[in-house]
Write a protein that binds this ligand. Structure first.
Ligand code: F6R
Length: 254
């Protein structure tokens, strides 16, 4: 794991956008996208570069991490609609190059297996953006998820449903989802996790400094060969090795 201290949420967004842009410059790529509030500063920065600097998404194929079971694609809170609204429509990524699991599939289990195959048949994900839940989940791999799991149907914890109720007005937050598994996510060539805010500090500490444990699914990234953890000051606040990470960053950037 490489810890990248970025100071502010905007700093996190700029650094993550740099990594995406650097990979895009090397040729056609498969980009893994997260939803929720964590990647917003990254998406805003990518949109700004598209608009002001002509950053082109031609050659990018995108796969999202997860989707709520039961929501049709055009539901305002489906992750398909969310990612279109927050990134892909804004940067001109053609709809046929955006892949999301179908939350309204007749058989969600079959759909999950199909989606896993689809990622593999596309050659796997080159760069996967991730957020982290306050309970340590990545994608919707809730605590106790198998560390080698594939894309499948998961039940959301009450804590995740409570956290995400801010996005749903009068409606109930769905109880189940289709999510890429920890094994699937682990196959991405590069994983870039972004975390901002004090509410993520304990989960960040467990992911980086805790044991690898299904109770903190993000800790599976300790096994990843190229996992970059981009943090603002608040998300980094509980790291006991903060001084070491600062030193590492200072010496490596010289
Ligand atoms: C959503 C996803 C989740 C979120 C996590 C953090 O696609 O993958 O793991 O990244 O729940 O959510 P926010 O960023 O809204 O705090």
């Amino acid at each position: 794991m490489k810890i990248v201290l970025c100071g502010t949420p905007e700093g996190v967004g700029r650094r993550a956008a740099d990594l995406v842009q650097e990979r895009m410059a090397r040729g056609p790529m498969t980009l893994g996208l997260a939803t929720g509030s964590s990647p917003r500063s990254t998406y805003e920065e990518l949109e700004r570069r598209h608009r002001e600097e002509g950053l082109s998404f031609v050659g990018v194929t995108a796969f999202t991490l997860d989707e709520y079971v039961g929501l049709p694609r055009d539901h305002e809170q489906s992750y398909h609609s969310t990612i279109r609204r927050e990134l892909t429509d804004r940067v001109g990524l053609p709809l046929h190059q955006l892949h999301t699991p179908r939350g309204d599939a007749a058989d969600p289990h079959e759909e999950a297996a199909r989606y896993d195959r689809e990622i593999r048949e596309a050659g796997g994900v080159d760069l996967q953006l991730l957020g982290i839940g306050a309970n340590g989940h990545i994608g919707f791999n809730e605590p106790t998820s198998s560390l080698s799991s594939r894309t499948r149907v998961k039940v959301l914890t009450p804590a995740t449903r409570r956290d995400n109720s801010r996005f749903f007005r009068d409606e109930e937050v769905p109880r189940t989802c289709i999510t890429q598994g920890l094994g699937t996510i682990g196959e991405a060539k590069t994983a870039v996790l972004v975390a901002q805010g004090r509410s993520k500090a304990a989960a960040v500490r467990a992911m980086v400094e805790g044991p690898v444990s299904a109770m903190c699914p993000a800790s599976a990234l300790q096994f990843h060969r190229r996992a970059l953890i981009l943090l603002d000051d608040d998300a980094a606040a509980e790291l006991s090795m903060l001084d070491y990470f600062r030193e590492e960053q200072r010496l490596a950037t010289r």
